[in-house]
Design a binder for this molecule. Structure first.
Ligand SMILES: Nc1ncnc2c1ncn2[C@@H]1O[C@H](COP(=O)(O)OP(=O)(O)OP(=O)(O)O)[C@@H](O)[C@H]1O
Length: 582
């Protein structure tokens, strides 16, 4: 019954590098802001279990030139004349310049036509240009996708929600203002952003409008709950998080805006826009990820300032996202006491424009002086706890020994055959994943179904085989974890594995990769001396990957067979200087 492994969208299997993925309900996974997309039909492409070689931007450029398609170079995308836009559409229904309305992601080759809202993979694009699609050009695009499953619920909630100032009871207004920290946010601002309030759920409601404001695509509900002396917040999105690709604030952006501030919470955008007048957008899933499907909507900006929050995690996320957007146009507001998150800054009487002016460039040359690093060093020193990494909730002893899980590092994990390495690493990774660490699993020995079964049992903290009636409850929650699996099984080349990891970092902002285990990249045939060299090489490649991508790599390694009465030594891992000297 593990149908959800193949089709449930949050529990993702990393399939072909540029394959088409559809969600559980037939919804495209990578819905960008906009109405239901017309989706490119892809019948010529076979479902591959192995990644194909990723396309390079040079190849994309050559292809466009070779086929006489004019294009311009952008920050994350190439912008080309769209073969999907019909002349009748050239007047710009969506309010976007239609002449160069095709955005092609420079890293993945995926395309999005802002005029027709067609989208697809690089292979789809080539097939259409070469007339290899469904025959006539008109037939290339599927007709409008069926209404998404949640649309009725979205409309129902939206219709029941009312503007805050229309609440009949003044006391209720004051309570909501206090709970959400809105005392200094004006009705005018709430109105501009079309924020409403759902009384029965005591939640603010943030809408996701299609471009041009023509329709309602989804909603985010923010509930405030009293917790001791403080307030805790809980977010619910419709559709569910993996398909919720709303850049909140997009309808207020004008085509001429060249600067934008990105925030991780809708309330921060309200505060920022109100006090600075600058265009603001909120990332749909906060600091968790920046889906590439959103990149075309950010192409027009020459300057992008990240003000995601006041902790180290926000800072790390901003640096990661800036890499996707082209760091040369990105600036980061450093977290600190004098630079709290925007809503708190507004409520605390800070000058938000002044804080924005202190934003640091995200771009570093290859050689930097301490002067350029001093702010970052200060950030680490003033957040020592957070700099030590994310703490495990299930393994207090690990926290004592390792302090926490940090990005950009490599962990080697070993133990005798059958001692429980996979079982332990599964729970160790699940612990972090449940706390929001985007995780990619490479399980080369045991199948993904078996691994997911182990993980689900650990997640539910009980034997689900004895309580199948609870299966859906746990499976639904498990689906929402930022968890992805590579489909590799058995021996693989290190290059293929690294390419897949690279792709996953770009598309899903992966921060933790688990490779179980290294032996599956070593080949069968080498002699023992070669094996040491091969192992050193592979460790070097993973280590470089971890550093370059600020991603943690956990590597499971089988030790050399020792006698039963002999303890494992560092030299048991093939005696390699690199592995055992880590
Ligand atoms: N804490 C535990 N208590 C009881 N049984 C366990 C525990 N951890 C693992 N096992 C069981 O031990 C067996 C081997 O576990 P696992 O596959 O995790 O080991 P491994 O070290 O990864 O094995 P290999 O060396 O073959 O890769 C499995 O059947 C697993 O269910």
């Amino acid at each position: 019954m593990w149908v959800l492994l193949r089709s449930g969208y949050p529990l993702r299997i990393l399939l072909p590098l540029r394959g088409e993925w559809m969600g559980r309900r037939g919804l495209p996974r990578n819905l960008a802001p906009g109405p239901p997309r017309r989706r490119y039909r892809k019948e010529t492409l076979q479902a591959l279990d192995m990644p194909v070689l990723p396309v390079t931007v040079t190849e994309i450029r050559q292809y466009l030139r070779g086929h006489g398609i004019p294009f311009q170079d952008g920050h994350s995308c190439l912008r080309a004349l769209s073969p999907f836009a019909e002349s009748s559409q050239l007047k710009g229904q969506t309010g976007v310049t239609t002449s160069f309305s095709l955005f092609i992601d420079k890293t993945t080759g995926r395309f999005l036509c802002m005029t027709s809202l067609a989208e697809g993979s690089w292979e789809d694009f080539q097939a259409s240009v070469e007339g290899r699609g469904d025959g006539a050009r008109e037939g290339f695009l599927l007709s409008k996708a069926p209404e998404f499953e949640d649309s009725e619920e979205v409309r129902r909630i939206w219709n029941r929600a009312i503007p805050l100032w229309e609440l009949p009871d003044q006391e209720e207004v004051q309570l909501a203002d206090t709970m959400f920290g809105l005392t200094r946010v004006t009705d005018d601002t709430l109105k501009r952003f079309s924020v409403r309030y759902l009384r029965p759920a005591r939640s603010l409601v943030f809408p996701w409008f299609s471009p041009g404001g023509s329709g309602l695509r989804g909603l985010k509900l923010l509930e405030a709950k009293c917790q001791g002396d403080g307030v805790s917040y809980e977010e619910t999105t419709i559709p569910r998080p993996s398909a919720y690709h709303n850049l909140f604030g997009l309808p207020l952006i004008s085509r001429r805006d060249a600067e934008v501030v990105l925030t991780s919470r809708e309330l921060d955008s309200l505060a920022l826009n109100q006090s600075t007048g600058l265009p603001t957008l909120t990332l749909p899933r906060g600091t968790t990820c920046l889906p590439p499907a959103l990149l075309p909507y950010l192409e027009q900006f020459r300057r992008i300032v990240f003000w995601l929050g006041d902790d180290l995690r926000s800072w790390e996320a901003a640096k990661l996202f800036a890499r996707k957007l082209n760091p040369k146009r990105c600036f980061l507001v450093r977290p600190g006491d004098q630079q709290p998150r925007p809503l708190e800054a507004l409520n605390g009487g800070f000058n938000l424009s002044r804080i924005l002016r202190t934003a640091l460039p995200a771009w570093h040359k290859s050689i930097v002086s301490f002067r350029q690093l001093r702010e970052e060093v200060l950030g680490e020193l003033s957040n020592v706890e957070q700099a030590a990494g994310l703490r495990w909730s299930r393994f207090p002893d690990l926290n004592r020994i390792l302090k926490g899980h940090r990005k950009g590092e490599l962990t080697v994990f070993t133990g005798p055959t059958g001692s429980g390495k996979t079982t332990f690493i599964s729970e160790y990774a699940l612990d972090l994943c449940s706390q929001g660490v985007n995780t990619l699993w490479g399980s080369f020995e045991i199948s993904n179904v078996r691994l997911a079964r182990v993980m689900l049992t650990q997640f539910a903290e009980g034997r689900l085989e004895d309580q199948l009636d609870k299966y859906d409850h746990w499976a639904d929650r498990f689906e929402d974890l930022p968890l992805y699996f590579m489909t590799f099984h058995g021996q693989q080349s290190i290059r293929t594995v690294i390419d897949t990891m690279q792709h996953a970092v770009y598309v899903y902002d992966i921060c933790h990769v688990i490779i179980d285990n290294l032996q599956f990249m070593m080949g069968h045939e080498q002699l023992s001396t070669d094996r040491i060299a091969a192992q050193d090489y592979i460790i070097g490649v993973f280590r470089k990957f971890a550093t370059d991508n600020n991603c943690h790599v956990t590597l499971v390694i089988h030790p050399r067979k020792e006698d039963d009465d002999k303890e494992l030594q560092t030299a048991s891992i093939f005696g390699s200087a690199k592995v055992s000297g880590l």
